[in-house]
Design a protein around this ligand. Structure first.
Ligand code: FAD
Ligand code: NAI
Length: 469
């Protein structure tokens, strides 16, 4: 006899597993269908977590090589032990995916291994890698199948020489030359990892700027910082093709985005990081009539309901930023909605962080967006060069930029480039969540000496003036 669940979630990434836990906490009988051997989806297995393990380790390697001396720490030149660094990454992933297993058991969530296909509303077929398929009955279904790397026509990924982020997280030696296609978050984070470990990194970007979507002043200044670290950029350029040589190396054909003379770049490894696309293959959506939008994302209403009653969708597979915490918050919201509560995500206050050194963190509107929308805004800025703690840490690169409404002083957006920016952004997230003003922030005492004082000083500069500049 088929099992009956209140909720069946397809996909165990940050969207799916968080939805499952909250739904179970709210009293539902929950099943999660996952085709991979481990839980946690892209983020825990091949995304956020392994990339941050390597970013952390490679940052310390770089600091030990170049940063320690100025602090009076004389050590021999550090030697890279890549297998041990990779082992640290693997163990970090194992601990995190194991954590999800534990949480599922604790919350009495049923894990069903296999590919989930929606047969009809209320029925999901689970096809395991080996053994028979089984059909389960369920009141509601949540699609949380995430996204996969987008490919470039004519360029075949082998995950050894021509890689996506997945291959770039498992290289067995440091490439002499790494060519990165796409100056987005993945290109800059993973480009940073390998540059710190010794690769010569060239980034080819189609647009005339890096990090599209981020505040353009932030992106401009950050590009200079990365160039100082040795990364090279070829903006307004595209890769027309990659030719594999007999010795395994690559000849990359690069040409101006608008056409013109082709240039051949040598590379040992090419990383294709031109974005990700929603993943809906094998779900049977066309058969049950779940509508997709023009970019292949599952169409949902404000309550995450698809075009079919009883079928919902969250995370990377629907519209919005492809971020783990966005997927998680949608997971909580949909579970609350399904149990009769008023689940909600405030899309105006979702932070985004690039975990490079320095980090970039942002929330709300960019200056470019405010200009385009014709909103009267004022800018409060404060550089880390004027922050005592940053000086003590030799981390004076970067600045805080807060944008507030001229008429109401309400904070509309904030952008930080600097050490630990990804931690500092959250006071601005909370401020925006409560529709706070720059004066609210400026009047809040900040502990001294902290990097966060630069955030307060940027807010002070929107009023009677910053103190330390
Ligand atoms: P996913 O995490 O993609 O999970 C989908 C799951 O569904 C997978 O486990 C898949 O196997 C399963 N699945 C798919 N189809 C089926 C099916 N038919 N049956 C059964 N199972 C199925 N975001 C951040 O916020 N911070 C970061 O630092 C960050 N770093 C990243 C680094 C990299 C290299 C990458 C690639 C991404 C990163 N992201 C980061 C993005 C983040 O990983 C995604 O936004 C997040 O994982 C989306 O969660 P999700 O639950 O929607 O889907
Ligand atoms: P992205 O959308 O961030 O950047 C892709 C870049 O490639 C853009 O700059 C784009 O203009 C460029 N591009 C597109 N086509 C190109 C072409 N043919 N030639 C040259 N350049 C081209 O996508 P990315 O970096 O692949 O990351 C995918 C998603 O994963 C992101 O949207 C992000 O949400 C998520 N992610 C988040 C992280 C974080 O939060 N720290 C870390 C890594 C990924």
């Amino acid at each position: 006899m088929a099992d009956a669940f209140d909720l069946t979630i397809i996909g165990s990434g940050p969207g799916g597993y968080v939805a499952a836990i909250r739904a179970a906490q709210l009293g539902m009988k929950v099943a999660v269908v996952e085709k991979w051997a481990t839980l946690g989806g892209t983020c825990l297995n091949i995304g956020c977590i392994p990339s941050k393990a390597l970013l952390h380790a490679s940052e310390l390697f770089e600091e030990a090589g170049h940063g320690f001396k100025a602090l009076g720490i004389d050590i021999p030149k550090p030697v890279l032990n890549l297998p041990t660094m990779m082992n640290h990454k693997t163990e970090t992933v194992a601990a995190n995916v194991g954590g999800v297993d534990y949480l599922f058991k604790k919350n009495k969530i049923t894990t069903l291994r296999g590919i989930g296909t929606i047969v009809s509303p209320g029925k999901v077929l689970v096809t395991p890698q080996t053994g028979d398929a089984s059909e389960i009955e369920t009141k509601n279904i949540v699609i949380a199948t995430g996204s996969v790397s987008a490919g470039l026509p004519g360029i075949e990924i082998d995950e050894k020489r021509i890689v996506t982020s997945t291959g770039a997280l498992t290289l067995d030696k440091v490439p002499g030359k790494l060519l990165v296609i796409g100056a987005g978050v993945i290109g800059l984070e993973l480009g940073s990892v390998w540059a710190r470990l010794g690769a010569q990194v060239t980034v080819v970007e189609y647009l005339d700027r890096i990090l599209p979507g981020m505040d353009s002043e932030v992106a401009r200044q950050f590009q200079r910082m990365l160039q100082k670290q040795g990364m090279e950029f070829k903006l307004s350029s595209k890769v027309a093709g990659i030719d594999k040589q007999d010795d395994g190396s690559l000849k990359v054909r690069v040409e101006p985005a608008k056409g013109g003379d082709m240039e051949i770049l040598d590379a040992d490894v090419a990383l294709v990081a031109i974005g990700r696309k929603p993943f809906t293959e094998g779900l049977g959506l066309d058969i049950v009539g779940v509508a997709l939008d023009e970019r292949g994302r599952v169409r949902v209403d404000a309550h995450y309901k698809t075009s079919v009653d009883g079928i919902y969708a969250i995370g990377d597979v629907i519209a919005g930023p492809m971020l783990a915490h966005k997927a998680e918050d949608e997971g909580i919201a949909v579970a609350e909605i399904l149990s009769g509560q008023a689940g909600h995500v405030n899309y105006a206050a979702i932070p985004a962080v690039v975990y490079t050194n320095p980090e970039i963190a942002s929330v709300g509107k960019t200056e470019d967006e405010l200009k385009a929308e014709g909103i009267d805004y004022k800018i409060g800025k404060f550089p880390f060069t004027a922050n005592g703690r940053a000086k003590a840490m030799l981390a004076t690169q970067g600045f805080v930029k807060i944008l507030s409404d001229v008429a109401t002083d309400r904070v509309l957006g904030a952008h930080i480039v600097g050490k630990n920016a990804g931690e500092m952004i959250h006071e601005l997230v909370v401020l925006m969540e409560f529709s706070g003003s720059s004066e609210d922030l400026a009047r809040s005492t900040h502990a001294h000496p902290t990097l966060s004082e630069a955030v307060r000083e940027a807010a002070l500069s929107l009023g009677d003036g910053a103190i330390h500049i």
